[in-house]
Design a protein. Sequence first.
Length: 285
Amino acid sequence: MEITSTSNPKLKHVVKLRTCREREESGEMIVEGYRECRRALDNGYRPTAIFHAPSLYLKNENEPALVEECSRLGAQVYTCSKICFEKIAYKERPDGLLMIGPHISIKLKDLKLDENALVIVTEAIEKPGNLGTILRSADAGKAAAVIVCDRTVDIHNPNVVRASTGTMFSVPIVEAASEEALEFLKANGFKILAATPHAEKLHFEVDLTGRVAIALGAEQYGLTAKWMDGADLRVRIPMLGLADSLNVSAAATILVYEAVRQRIQAKLVEVPPAEAWHGEGVIDH
C-alpha cells in the first residue's frame, strides 16, 4: 500500500505511539532505523507493519531485503513518500525504515540463567537514553537479563530503542517490583552488588564471577534502602576529580566490564577473535 497523504490514519496512529498512554493501550511499539530493525528481526522480533520510504534509504542495498523479510513474516508493508515518512520519523535524520510491533513481555520465571549469569537491575531509572545505553552495555557484556524495577520510564519508549541501538532485542528485559526481583535473585543464588560512594571497597576489589546482579539506582538519588540493605557487595567507583558521581549508564558500563574482565581472566567466557567482529565502531560520534 502506498501512502502519499500526511493525513493518512495509519500515519496518525504511528505518531500517537510516541506517547506512553497510546503504547500501553495498543500494546505496540516503534522500532525505527535500519540497524534497530535489523537487530530486532535477527533476535526473533516479529513486526506487524513496516513503513518505508525508498527516497530516504542511506545505502539502498540492504533496505529492500529487510522490507521483503518483514513482508514474508506477515507484516503489512506501507510505502511512503518522503514527506509522509518524515511525519512519523522519530530520528532527526530518518533512513526510511520504521516498524510497528508488539510489546516485549518476559517474566522472571522465564529467564534462562546459567551458573555464571550476569544480571543488571535498574531501580526507577528516569531517562530513556540512560536505560537504552544500559541495555547496550548489557548486550556488550553478554548479560543474561536486565530487570527493570519500579519503572519511571516506559521500556518501549522510542528513545530507549534508539539509545540501545536495537540491542534491547538481544537481552531479555523483565519488568518487576523491587521486592519481587530481590526475592527472585536471592532464591536463585545471586550476589547483589550495589555501588555507593560510602563503600570501603573499590569495584575491582570484589569477586564478580558466578551469579552476580549489578543494581543501579535513579539518576538523582541512587538506590533506595531496600536495595542497599539487600546487597551482598557494596562498592564504590574511584572518583579522582571534582565530580562526586557518574552518569548511571557510565557507572553501569564500568561495573559490567569489570565483571567481564574477571570472567575472561577466570576463563569463564571467551572473547571472539577480531576477524569475527563486524561492528561499525567503538564510539558513536
